[in-house]
Design a binder for this molecule. Structure first.
Ligand SMILES: Nc1ncnc2c1ncn2[C@@H]1O[C@H](COP(=O)(O)OP(=O)(O)OP(=O)(O)O)[C@@H](O)[C@H]1O
Length: 258
C-alpha cells in the first residue's frame, strides 16, 4: 500500500428518502490498499459502496478521486455486488458475464479485440471456470456464479475492486484460492472487501473500517477486541480454531437492526 490516496470521502451523509443511513463518514482508500469493511447487518456497508460507485448521491459531503497524487474526475472500479442482488434468470452465459466487465473499455459500436477475448479466457481460467464458459448463469451453483461475477469485476484490471460479501456461497476450497488471488491482484490495484466474516477479513486485509451508521477506521489489523466490540456495538468473543483465529459474535442485539 502506498500513502497516495485513491478515493477520499469527506463528511459523507447518505439517506434513502428521509431515512438517514450514514452520518459524517470520513474515509481514505489508498492506492494498493486492502480495506476490510465490517459492521452489523443494516449498518450501511452496501450503502457506503453505492456512494463510492456513484450509484447513490450523498445528501452531504464530498467524494474525490486521485491518480498518482493528482485529482481526477473518476477512477476505474470493478464491482462484485451482493449475491442476492443478482437476477439469476437473466439469460447470459459465464463468458458473457466476464466479457461485460470490459464494456467500458470499448466504444459503443466497436467489437472486442482478440486480446480482450484472451483476457476473458485468462480470467475464466483464473476463476477455475474452464468448461463452463457457455453455461447460463441460472444453471450455476452459488459459488460458481460468485466466481463468474468476481471475474467480471477483475477482468479489466481496474484501479479499485469492490467486493460485497464475495464468499457467501464460495466453498472452502475456493475460498483459500480466492484470498491468494486477491493478494495477487492487490499488487496492482486497491481492494475494498465487505464481509461479515471478521476472522477472514482480519487475516487478509491491511486496513479496517467498521460501519454502523458512522464509520470508525483502523489503520491496521492489530485490533483489540475492545475496539471491535465498541464499534460493532456488541460483544465479540475471540476464539482459536485450528490455525485460523476465529472471531465469533456473542450477540447481535443492535438497536435499529432490521
Ligand atoms: N434502496 C433502499 N431503500 C430504502 N432503504 C434501504 C435501501 N437499501 C438499504 N436500505 C436500508 O438502509 C440501511 C443500511 O442498509 P445497507 O444495505 O447499506 O446495510 P449493510 O450494512 O450493507 O447490511 P447487510 O450486512 O445486511 O448487507 C438498512 O436499514 C436498509 O434497510
Amino acid at each position: 500500500m502506498t500513502h497516495e490516496p485513491l478515493i477520499q470521502l469527506t463528511d459523507i451523509s447518505a439517506a434513502y428518502d428521509r431515512k438517514q443511513v450514514l452520518t459524517d463518514v470520513n474515509l481514505t482508500v489508498y492506492e494498493k490498499d486492502f480495506l476490510g469493511v465490517i459492521g452489523p447487518n443494516g449498518g450501511g456497508k452496501t450503502t457506503l459502496m453505492k456512494v463510492i460507485l456513484g450509484l447513490l448521491k450523498p445528501v452531504h459531503g464530498t467524494i474525490r478521486f486521485f491518480r498518482h497524487g493528482k485529482e481526477v474526475p473518476e477512477v476505474s472500479i470493478g464491482y462484485l455486488p451482493q449475491y442476492n442482488h443478482i437476477d439469476k434468470k437473466f439469460p447470459i452465459s459465464v463468458y458473457e458475464v466476464v466479457l461485460s466487465g470490459l464494456n467500458k473499455q470499448k466504444s459503443l459500436f466497436s467489437r472486442f479485440t482478440a486480446e480482450q477475448h484472451r483476457q476473458v479466457e485468462r480470467t475464466i481460467a483464473r476463476m477455475g471456470l474452464e468448461g463452463l464458459e457457455q453455461r447460463a448463469i441460472g444453471q450455476l451453483s452459488g459459488g460458481q456464479l460468485q466466481r463468474a461475477l468476481l471475474g467480471r469485476a477483475i477482468v479489466s484490471c481496474p484501479q479499485l475492486i469492490i467486493l460485497d460479501e464475495p464468499n457467501t456461497y464460495i466453498d472452502k476450497r475456493f475460498e483459500a484460492r480466492l484470498y491468494s488471488l486477491l493478494e495477487d491482484i492487490n499488487r496492482e490495484c486497491a481492494i475494498v472487501l465487505v464481509s461479515h466474516d471478521i476472522g477472514t477479513v482480519l487475516q487478509n486485509v491491511k486496513t479496517i473500517a467498521c460501519v454502523n451508521g458512522t464509520l470508525d477506521y483502523h489503520p491496521d489489523t492489530e485490533i483489540p477486541a475492545e475496539w471491535l466490540e465498541e464499534h460493532f456495538g456488541c460483544p465479540i468473543e475471540l476464539l482459536g480454531h485450528g490455525n485460523l483465529p476465529h472471531r465469533v459474535l456473542k450477540c447481535h442485539n443492535h438497536s435499529g437492526e432490521h
